[in-house]
Design a protein around this ligand. Structure first.
Ligand code: GDP
Ligand code: IMO
Ligand code: MG
Length: 429
């Protein structure tokens, strides 16, 4: 059996949570492979709206095994809150949630360090979610971090103290006032680690590979987006993990030969939270209308998301890095309000040349997007369930994108609810 991978092709918040939820009935296992509480994946169904941060988006289907892979950095305090927040749904989490013993732990000082680093950067700050992601991955790579398996091992408290003492030296260096915040968070942290002991801590690499051997289907759920990837994103304005397909292999213990379909999720326009280059960003009233219509405010931090037109050079780059096999286009309904739709096909570089590549020096050079303008459909898409019912202008938009991207757009999402989705039968592009 193969593992299908589902990930974001832009700067995050593409709508991954919704599509995992839509596809979940086809799978027996859903596994998150990287990131942590910086993610906010929204699911809407039966009048409920729920945002997941660290728990995989298959959790609402009790028959599915939900795996938190080794590639994550997990905050026990957030995980406890997430589990408690799910109590009202009566889900069998002790049976269907599996936490990798090898997942890295975010401890309270990681969050404080995240804040201290950002403060010290001033205007050059990354705009991180302040969830401690960068410092936790830093300790993992420095081979001094704690892992979830340590919670149930002797000596956990001593390992914790050793790490905190190191962090205090750094916090002192940055003159960051941490005492009160740390005392409060530490008590909550140890309550949370005790609480979590009732759940399954396993070697998830065995679980996922044995599930495959037993003929089960597996969906790997990415967090963030490809342009936030630590290696391929708009560095240094990125997150600290590999958000791309390769991350599914290292974040779950899978051979690359196991990868099957790669679902690339993208919005019909672009958004970004936090700092960093964003070539098609709109600073005018059009951008504001997009933000309001798309309710573009962060699921994790509530920050307004920066908005702009679809960026094909960036999308082509993300498709290449990920080996995408099928595209899923989200939030098409948000463009109902525009008479004209723009698509960036190229960048004009400072020396006047045109390119459809994602430039290395995007952070230092202003590139000017070159747009193609198409007629908008300017009508509601509510209650449309088949491709044939789509307005002709939208069909033309989709055909143009498929020809440019050389891939089929297999799903078109027209609203936040689970039901607002149009599945297009396989097309040859
Ligand atoms: P994720 O991080 O990729 O899972 O995405 P988020 O949940 O952070 O952000 C996507 C937002 O768009 C959520 O509020 C979703 O409920 C909403 N959403 C998802 N698909 C659609 C859609 O097709 N149309 C509209 N209008 N909203 C959508
Ligand atoms: P989901 O999974 C959108 C952004 C932050 C910041 C940068 C680094 O919901 O799509 P970090 O806290 O990771 O050190 O922040 O990455 N960022 C996201 N933006 N969606 C996310 O997750 C994000 N996770 C991190 O805003 O710019
Ligand atoms: Mg999100």
């Amino acid at each position: 059996m193969k593992v299908d991978v589902l990930l974001g092709l832009q700067w995050g918040d593409e709508g991954k949570g919704k599509i995992v939820d839509v596809l979940a009935p086809q799978y027996q296992v859903v596994a998150r492979f990287q990131g942590g509480p910086n993610a906010g994946h929204t699911l809407e169904f039966d009048g409920f709206k729920h945002v997941l941060h660290q728990i995989p988006s298959g959790i609402f289907r009790p028959e599915i095994k939900n795996i938190i892979g080794n590639g994550l950095v997990l905050d026990p305090i957030v995980l406890k809150k997430e589990i408690e927040g799910l109590a009202k749904y009566n889900l069998p989490l002790q049976q269907n949630l599996f936490i990798s013993k090898k997942a890295a732990i975010i401890i309270p000082t990681h969050r404080l360090l995240d804040a201290a680093y950002e403060q010290a950067k001033g205007d050059a700050k990354i705009g991180s979610t302040l969830r401690g992601i960068g410092p936790a991955y830093q300790d993992k790579v420095a081979r001094q971090g704690l892992r979830m398996g340590d919670i149930v091992s002797p000596g956990f408290k001593e390992k914790y103290e050793r790490l905190v003492n190191q962090h205090k030296v750094v916090l002192d260096f940055y003159k960051y006032d941490y005492e009160a915040a740390l005392t409060e968070a530490e008590a909550t942290f140890f309550e949370a680690t005790e609480f979590l002991k009732q759940y399954n801590f396993v070697d998830t690499e065995y679980l996922v590979n044995e599930s495959l051997e037993a003929g089960e289907t597996v969906l790997a759920e990415g967090a963030q987006g490809s342009l936030l990837d630590i290696d391929f994103g708009s560095y240094p304005f990125v997150t600290s993990s590999n958000t791309t397909t390769a991350g599914a292999c290292t974040g779950l213990g899978l051979s690359p030969r196991r990868i099957g379909e790669v679902y690339g999720i993208f919005k019909a326009y672009c958004t970004r939270v936090g700092s960093g280059p964003f070539p098609t960003e709109l600073f005018d009233e059009e951008g504001e209308r997009m933000r309001q219509e798309g309710r573009e405010f962060g699921s994790t931090t509530g920050r307004p998301r920066r908005c702009g037109w679809l960026d094909l050079p960036a999308l082509k780059y993300a498709i290449m890095i990920n080996g995408v096999t099928q595209l899923v286009m989200m939030k098409v309904d948000v463009l109902n309000i525009f008479d004209e739709i723009k698509i960036c096909t190229h960048y004009q570089m400072p020396d006047g040349t045109l390119t459809d590549r994602f430039p290395y020096d995007l952070c230092h050079n202003d590139v000017t997007p070159v747009y193609k303008t198409m007629k908008g459909w300017a009508t509601s898409l509510e209650n449309l369930h088949t491709y044939d019912e789509l307005p002709t202008e939208l069909a033309a938009y989709i055909n143009f994108l498929e020809a440019e991207l050389q891939l089929p757009i297999s799903f078109i999402s027209t609203g936040p609810d689970r039901e607002a989705i149009i599945h297009r039968e396989a097309q040859v592009v």
